[in-house]
Structures are given as C-alpha cells and as structure tokens.
Design a protein around this ligand. Structure first.
Ligand SMILES: Cc1cc2nc3c(=O)[nH]c(=O)nc-3n(C[C@H](O)[C@H](O)[C@H](O)COP(=O)(O)OP(=O)(O)OC[C@H]3O[C@@H](n4cnc5c(N)ncnc54)[C@H](O)[C@@H]3O)c2cc1C
Length: 475
C-alpha cells in the first residue's frame, strides 16, 4: 500500500466520508461543482439524499448480500436465469408477474431503465442528488467463460449470415447506442461494451483482426456525435478473450479523437490482470509519441469467475496494490517509466539512472477511477487535492461508482473538499438483457464482504434515523 494510503491526511478524509455534516453539491449548467449547501442539520448521514424507495431497495439487496446463506442461492439463481431455455416459471420474457417482481427489486436497484424514457428519468434523479452526471451503458454484451469454454451472448442479436452485406447485430447496436447518445445532457457520459455488437465483432476481436467496416463506421459516428456534445466515451473492459482487441480499438479511437489536450475516448484497464502495466505503458508511449491524450479509466476487473485465473493477480491484495500504483502514479505524473520532471524525486531519478533505464516525459493523461473501494478512492482524491493545492503536476480525474452500490461512498465524496467530479454509472436495457450484469454484481458482492457489511450498517443507520424523525414528528 502506498504511503499516502496510510497517511494522516488520507485517514482524516476517510473518516470524513462517514461523519461529515450533510452537504450537497450543487452543479452549475457550466458543469463545475460550484458550491455546497447544508440541506438540513438533522440529516447526518451521506445517505440522506436517497429516496425512500431507493433506501428500501438498498436495504433489501444489502440484507441479501450481507447474509452468506442468502447470497449464495441468490447468485446461483441469477446465473440460472441467464441460461437459455428456462421453464416458463423463471423466464422473465414470458412470466409477467415474475418479471414485475424482478424489476421492482434487483433491476431497479442496479439498472437505469428498459426504455430511453425510463433511463432518462433515472439520469435526472442522479443529477438531482448532486452527481456531476450519469454514465449510461447498454447491457448487451458477449461474455466468454474460459472455464466452461462457452460464449454467452447476453441480449446480443444474431450476426449476419455468410456474405450478408450488413450485419443486423451491428446495425441494432449502432441504433441503440446512438439513441443513448441522444439521452446525454451536459456532464453525462456514454460507456460502450463493444462485444454487444454481436458475433462478427467478437470473432474479429478474438482473432486480433480488424473490426468489420460497418462497426468501424458505427464507432466513428458515435465518437463524432459524442465529441460534438462534449460527452466522453468510456470503452468498457470485457472478457480476456476480447480485451486485447478492445484495447487496440480504443487506442485507434484515442489517436483520432483525443486531440486538443483532452480525452473524448477512454480505454478501460483492469488492474487485476498481470499484463495491465505493460498495456498502460504501451498506450502511454503511443500518447507521448503521437501527441494525443490518453483516456485512462481504471477498474479492478469484473470477470474473475469466468476469465483464465493465471492471467489475474494471485491475491486480492496484489490487485489492490496494482490498482493504487497505477492510480496514484498517474496522479503524480510518475508512472511506469514516464515522469514529469518536477514530480520525480532525485532519489527515484538516481535509482532509475543506476538501473540504466531512461525516464520519458509524462504524456497528456485524463484519468477516470471507477471503484467502490473506499481506501483507493480516498487516497486518490486526497493526492489529487494536495497536488492541485500545492501547484504540483497532476492529471484531471473523475470518480464513478455503479448505481445501487456504495452510495455512502459516492455521496461522501461529493462532500469532500476539492470538488471531486463524481458520477454514477447505470446499465440500461430490458430485464432479460440485464440479467448477466445483475449476476456479476451479485457475485462481486460476495467478494467484497467487508465493504457490503459497512454499506449495510450505513443503510440501517439511515433507516433508523428516518424512522426516529418520523416518530418525533408524530409524537
Ligand atoms: C463505474 C464503474 C465502471 C466499471 N466498468 C468496468 C469495466 O468496464 N470492466 C470491468 O471489468 N469492470 C468494470 N467495473 C467493475 C470493476 O472492475 C470491479 O469489479 C468492481 O468495481 C469491484 O472492484 P472495486 O474497485 O470496487 O473494489 P473491491 O470491491 O475492493 O475489489 C473487488 C475486486 O478485486 C478483485 N479481486 C477480488 N478477489 C480477488 C482475488 N482473489 N485475486 C485477485 N483479484 C481479486 C476483483 O477485480 C474484484 O472485482 C466497473 C466498476 C465501476 C464502479
């Protein structure tokens, strides 16, 4: 763990996340988080901004995730719902009462909407709660399960037959993604899952071949529209089989669209992969040599249960260390042999020179930290705040958490000094399309028992606070 992570300032901010007095960020149309006003003195919890419905759903899902004997069957059940040819009773496309129940509980907790109108309403709610914007992503994707050697196309349409000029799956993906671009207001961002465009695209990604021209056209049109709307595109990282191809696509788009000192396109780098430092170093070098801005979205990685295990760090601690090293290194402009001259200490410089390696200047980088890990997020925010205050070189940074997860962290971040840019990320699509995403969220919660129990405690405290207030009002 980094020194900063253990440092006094980081720990003060860490505590502040759960104890600060209630403030909400007000977001100007120009985009900056402008000022923070107290809402009501008795609203002591960061979760005070949650609606009653969202609080009840969060309590329900957190009760399940914090109870091992409930969580394991819930994960198995959600995974079962993703399988093809389910009996009528468990088919969300045919059993309407069952679909309604799923929608009112888990779907609404984690997903943005089945239609553009529902998604837009969710985005409005996020903005009203003080977030800088919403990142929206269409749920369709293809997951390759290395362990079972199976491809799951989740909500993905069939591809073109042999010799067809236009692939319907790519056409559908393009149409729906362009529809999502229309939903973006100032501050909102688009995330894309490239494998959602179907088998022609995934075959090309897996084989390391160029994408079909129809897909390249679609990506160009989406990028041009987003650039015109000043929205960013975050290209999601996916299963390993496709990820090297996805990174290549991201690099090509960054070369074209990340000009003028800021990033329109971000590639996602999964810190749990042993190969990630090499991928980041390769893209830093390209950004430096070719004069574009690297859009670096950093996650830990969501495909632990389906990807080849040997490619992933052996322990959670190794993944944590890898995440923090990249995040804090980028914020110090001192990462993987790239360094802005004033940020590199004399000792480090000497050490590098002794090793015979040459440090290269730090290229233009825009950073996006997508994480629910409180320590990582607080350490990064504090480092960025400190360096900005001291006039030291750093990079612009945004923070994002998923809808329905780590709300106390998201709201707490909004209250910290330094006006961090905080986003909520929501997945949209029909209930059937979102099942794979929901199953992944559930199994992620199993891996993060301590985080979910902290979240659960914060939610129960907020529910008690509201109940107490209601009783006082009635008494
Ligand atoms: C806004 C947003 C966007 C995201 N986009 C993507 C994306 O494009 N692609 C993607 O893959 N994921 C994405 N994720 C999910 C992300 O990769 C993580 O799965 C999730 O956020 C949990 O990690 P965490 O940083 O929140 O921290 P924690 O909850 O502290 O860490 C959990 C993570 O640690 C890692 N881990 C757990 N156990 C082990 C172990 N034994 N050995 C090694 N590593 C382990 C896994 O990556 C696991 O997900 C996104 C998350 C957010 C918040």
């Amino acid at each position: 763990m980094s020194g900063l992570r253990n440092g006094r300032i980081a720990s003060t901010a860490y505590k502040a996340l759960s104890t600060q007095s209630p403030l909400v960020a007000s977001v100007s149309r120009a985009g900056a988080v402008s000022q923070r006003e107290p809402v009501a003195p008795e609203n002591a919890s960061p979760l005070a901004a949650l609606s009653a419905g969202a609080l009840c759903r969060s309590l329900f899902t957190n009760t399940v995730s914090s109870t091992p004997w409930l969580l394991s069957p819930a994960i198995s059940f959600l995974s079962y719902l993703c399988q093809p040819r389910r009996p009528l009773l468990f088919d969300v496309e045919r059993n309407r009462p069952f679909a309604w129940l799923m929608k009112q509980t888990v779907y609404k907790q984690f997903c943005g909407g089945e239609t553009p109108a529902e998604t837009k309403a969710t985005m409005r709610r996020m903005r009203d709660m003080g977030f800088r914007g919403t990142i929206i992503t269409l749920a369709t994707e293809t997951v390759f399960d290395y362990r079972k050697n199976l491809v799951h196309g989740l909500g993905v349409e069939a591809g073109a037959g042999e010799g067809a000029a236009m692939c319907p799956a790519i056409a559908a993906w393009r149409k729906r993604t362009l529809g999502a671009v229309e939903l973006l207001d100032e501050g909102d961002q688009l995330a894309i899952k490239i494998t959602g465009a179907g088998p022609l695209v995934t075959d090309a990604l897996a084989a390391g071949e160029p994408l079909p021209a129809q897909m390249l056209d679609a990506l160009d049109e989406i990028s041009t529209r987003c650039k015109a709307q000043r929205a960013r595109i975050l290209i999601d990282a996916e299963s390993q089989l496709y990820q090297f191809g996805i990174l290549q696509v991201g690099l090509d788009l960054m070369r074209k669209y990340n000009r003028g000192g800021h990033a329109v396109i971000y590639s996602t780098y999964q810190a749990y992969l042993k190969s990630t430092p090499a991928s980041v170093a390769r893209d830093l070098a390209a950004a430096l040599d070719e004069g574009f801005t690297l859009g670096l979205k950093l996650v830990r990685g969501a495909y632990l249960s389906t990807d080849k295990r040997s490619l992933i760090h052996d322990t959670k601690e190794d993944t944590d260390a890898a995440y923090d090293a990249i995040a804090l290194g980028a914020l110090r402009q001192d990462l993987l042999g790239f360094s802005s001259s004033s940020s590199s200490s004399g000792v480090e410089q000497q050490r590098t020179e002794c090793k015979g390696t040459q440090r290269r200047p730090f290229p233009s980088v825009n950073l996006f930290l997508a994480s629910h890990n409180r320590e990582s997020v607080v350490a990064a925010h504090e480092l960025h705040r400190q360096r900005s205050e001291q006039g030291l070189p750093t990079v612009p940074v945004g923070f994002a958490q998923l809808q329905g997860m780590s709300d106390a962290l998201s709201f707490g971040l909004l209250r910290l000094g330094g006006a961090p840019e905080v986003y909520k990320c929501t997945t949209w699509g029909s209930l059937a399309e979102c099942l794979g995403y929901l199953a992944r969220r559930a199994s992620e919660n199993r891996d993060a028992a301590s985080r979910t129990s902290d979240e659960f405690a914060a939610l129960r405290a907020e529910a008690r606070r509201r109940l107490g207030r209601l009783l006082r009002l009635q008494g």
